[in-house]
Design a protein around this ligand. Sequence first.
Ligand SMILES: [Zn+2]
Length: 366
Amino acid sequence: MEKLLEQLIDTSKVYGNNSDMVLVGGGNTSVKDDKVMYVKASGHALSSIDESGFVKMDMDAMRGIWNKDYSTDTDEREEQVLSDMMEARCEGETARPSVEALLHSLLKDTFVIHMHPALVNGLTCSQQGEEIMRQLFGTRAVWIPLVNPGYILAKTVKDAIAVHEEEFKVYPDMIFLQNHGVFVSGDSLVRINAIYEEIIDILEKELIRTPDQNLVVIDTKRSEIMGEAVEGKWFEVYNRELIRFLLDVKSFNPISSSFTPDHIVYSGFKPLWISESIFSEEDPVADIKKCIAEFTKEHGAPAKIIVVQNTGIFAASENARDLYLDTVKVAVYTESFGGPLFMDDGQIDFIRNWEVEKYRAKMSNT
Ligand SMILES: [Zn+2]
C-alpha cells in the first residue's frame, strides 16, 4: 500500500499543478485495498500534497456506514455521518477526511481521482450535459443529477452504479456529477491518466469556441475609483472574454451565479454587478461603497467578486479571482453543450450553510 500511496502522491501533484485540471484546494484522490483507504484530507491542495495530506481510513468501518440509519433532518444527518467518518479513521489519524471520502470508498477500483476541470464542467453545468454525455461516452459513464453533497451524493452514486451494472453489465469508469465535476477510477494510475486524456480529447472536439483569456487594460480612472471604494487589497482583471460578458446585464447572465460548490466556496455564491453609469454620478466612490454594503446586508456575507460593466472584475483574493475566471471559462464551454445551467437556489443555500464547506474555505485561507 505504501508504494501505491507514493505513486498516488506523484500523480496528485502533477494534476494539482495543472490549472486546466485543478484549482486551489479542488479535487481529491485516493488509493485503497480491501482493508484500508488513503484519501485526501480536507483543506489540502493536491499541488503540494505529501503523506500528511492523506488520511488512512478503515474500509470495514466505511462499509459499515451503509448499514446505519441516519436522521432525516439534513443538519443532524450530516453531523452523524461526519462523526462516523471521523470514527472510521485508522488509529493515530488526526486530519479530517475529504467530504467526498465516502464516495471514494464505495468505488471498487484501487485508485480514484476526482477533479473539477473547467472543460468537464462545461459539460456537467450545461442544459444538455446529460444527453451529450450519453452520446459521447455511452455505457462507460454515469450521470449524477444535482443532489446534496456528502452522504446523499455518495448514496446517489452507489444506487446509480448498481442500476447501471444491472442494466448494462459493465462497471462505469467515469462518473459525471452535474454542477460539480467527474470521478474517474481504475486499477492503475496509467489507466486513470488515459481515461482523463480521452475525456479531455473527446470534449475538446465538441467545442464550438474556446475562452479568449488575453488580458486587456482596465480603465485607469475607474480602477482608481474602485480602489478607493473597496477595503484592503483587491485583484483586478479584464480580458477579451470578459468584454463579451460585461456589456450589459443580459450578456452578464451566464456568469452571474454559481456553477459548482467550489465556485461558491472560493468566489462567493454570486458576484456584485455594478453598472457603469455609477461613474458619472457625483460621488461614485460613495455610491459603490453603498452597493457593497447593501450586498453584505442582503446576503449576510460580503461579495468576493465585484463585476463592473465594461470595465473588469475585482476580486477580494487571488483564490476568488481564479475561481471566478474559471466560472467564465465554464460559461464559454457550456455554449457547446446547450448553454449554462447553474446550481439551483436550494443547493446554493445548502453549500453556503454547510459546515463542511465553511471548514474547507477556512483551511484554504480564502
Ligand atoms: Zn468535488
